[in-house]
Design a protein around this ligand. Structure first.
Ligand code: PBG
Ligand code: ZN
Length: 329
């Protein structure tokens, strides 16, 4: 039996604030997800997510600077590779020349000293079939190969300097493997594992798949993401990830799943719980407010405050830039 390294959960000021028992919604509660393009000069607005951009490594510093001046503490990086560089096994994820995330971690770390850098780890933006794991010869998930790939990608990101590894693939057993590999490489006390533990198979990811060019070429994700009607599987998945060594537990999507957030917070009061307000929630609130249904600030702040009420410690939101401003008003 290997022991649990608690230090991976509190080696930084922002991480320590997430361990607080008296948290309210502050700038430190927020994680801003950003899409890193393989085109180094990219600064392209994403059609399905108005106001969000795919940015290249030559633009990312200028993109983040004003947000950090406004109080941004944490980013969540999503990588995008060239279509030609995708293959069956998603090998581009390991290759510095193909996967822009590896260099951007180093760049952000050098440029912004206090910034906490999280990376989504998944294969779907790197495989030619667009599934989140490696497939066997019957086009079903090959668990062992998938878990090994996710752990290796995690090690590469951690070695580049990533502070928070956030595996979103939903392959069984990946937290154990990531934890082990980070321990073997003496990195576990320098890296937080934020597990997408209760991640449901949701149509609310639609705009994201367009943004990240990561929609599956065939089939769907219901064999690995959880059935939306099942709180039971969410509980079991969370308990499993706790036993395998996760530091932070995530529920995703947010708004339709706040009962799950509450249940998890009640069951694991000693763990920070992250809630991901996903792309479809962003698009809904954005478009409804554009059509005059409500005021965007009120709608977003109410949604986020309710996530905190349900038990969230950390909020992942595409509205982060606006919320940082609103928190100062
Ligand atoms: C990759 C991943 C997805 C999201 C985060 N990581 C898409 C998916 O699983 O289909 C969704 C984020 C969002 O919708 O904002 N596995
Ligand atoms: Zn995926």
């Amino acid at each position: 039996m290997s022991h649990c390294i608690l230090q991976g959960g509190y080696f930084n000021n922002t991480l320590r604030s997430w361990q607080s028992n008296t948290s309210g919604l502050t700038a430190a509660s927020l994680i801003y997800p950003i899409f890193i393009s393989y085109e180094h000069d990219a600064y392209d607005e994403i059609k399905s997510l108005p106001g969000q951009f795919r940015v290249g490594k030559n633009k990312v510093v200028d993109y983040l600077k004003p947000l950090i001046e406004n109080g941004l503490k944490t980013v969540l990086l999503f990588g995008m590779v060239k279509e030609d560089h995708k293959n069956e096994k998603g090998d581009a994820i390991y290759i510095e020349g193909y996967n822009p995330v590896i260099n951007v971690i180093k760049l952000l770390k050098e440029t912004f000293h206090g910034l906490l850098i999280a990376c989504d780890v998944c294969l779907c933006a790197y495989t030619d079939h667009g599934h989140c794991g490696i497939l066997d010869n019957k086009a079903a998930i090959d668990n062992k190969a998938s878990v090994n790939a996710i752990a290796l990608a995690s090690l590469i990101y951690a070695t580049a300097g990533c502070h928070i590894i956030a595996p979103s693939d939903m392959m069984d057993g990946r937290i154990y493997k990531i934890d082990q590999l980070l321990k073997e490489n003496s990195l576990r006390n320098k890296v937080t594992i934020m597990s997408y533990s209760a991640k449901f198979a949701s149509c609310f990811y639609g705009p994201f798949r367009d943004a990240a060019a990561s929609a599956p070429a065939f089939g769907d994700r219901r064999c690995y993401q959880l059935p939306p009607q099942s709180a039971g599987l969410a509980n079991r998945s969370v308990s499993r990830d706790v036993s395998e060594g996760a530091d932070i537990l995530m529920v995703k999507p947010g708004m339709a799943y706040l009962d799950v957030v509450k249940e998890i917070k009640n069951k694991y009061p000693d763990y920070p719980v992250a809630v991901y307000q996903v792309s479809g929630e962003y698009a809904m609130l954005y478009h409804a407010s554009q059509q005059g249904a409500f005021d965007i600030k009120q709608a977003v702040m109410e949604s986020l405050h309710c996530m905190m009420r349900a038990g969230a410690t950390v909020l992942i939101s595409y509205f982060t830039p606006q919320v940082l401003k609103w928190l100062k008003e």
